[in-house]
Ligand binder design. Structure first.
Ligand code: CO
Length: 176
């Protein structure tokens, strides 16, 4: 397959960091117990994502996360993955500034995409998957985190933390 590259032999897409690794699990609570209670990773988010057929949990590890994925049924992508391969590493996710722009670049470079357009992922992020056949056999996800203060997670936190956005705006008005 021909891959178009820039002058330096690289794509223009900038992968900022490894956002998370996705792990397929059969028993979410048991997997959380290992990662949180044994490894000591803080559990920071848990969400059922109907569109992806999973219940997911995010645990912090440094600036990155482990994303545990339990299928909502056998006839879901993760359900089929478990039936075929058993529990284990499912995908790697890279953080990008703009998923839509990254998809345009990767499509132009000839990579095979699973998602032609970004879709909403965990914690209000915008995500898209690349096909393993174009990425060395690794199911690869691009993640654009939700803007600060605008994700469902932060909305949920609004009731328990000071609303700094409002405070800042009022300060600007006062000093304007
Ligand atoms: Co993921």
């Amino acid at each position: 397959m021909a891959i178009r590259t820039g002058a330096e032999g690289t794509l223009a897409v900038v992968l900022r960091s490894i956002d998370h690794i996705g792990v397929a699990v059969a028993d979410l609570d048991a997997a959380i117990a290992i990662h949180r209670d044994t490894y000591g990773m803080p559990l920071v988010h848990r969400e059922t994502i109907e569109a992806q057929g999973v219940e997911a949990a995010l645990l912090d590890v440094g600036e990155s996360h482990v994303e545990l994925l339990a299928p909502l049924g056998d006839d879901t992508p993760v359900g089929r993955f478990l039936a075929k391969r058993g529990p284990g590493l499912h995908h790697v996710a890279y953080r990008v500034d703009d998923v839509a722009a990254a998809l345009d670049e990767l499509r132009a470079a000839g990579l095979r995409l699973i998602d032609d357009e970004p879709r909403t992922g965990i914690r209000g992020s915008q995500v898209a998957f690349l096909h393993p056949s174009s990425s060395g056999g690794v199911l690869t996800e691009l993640v654009q985190p939700a803007a600060e203060g605008r994700s469902p997670f932060n909305d949920a936190m609004d009731g328990v933390v000071p609303h700094q956005e409002v405070d800042r705006t009022e300060t600007e008005v006062t000093h304007g």
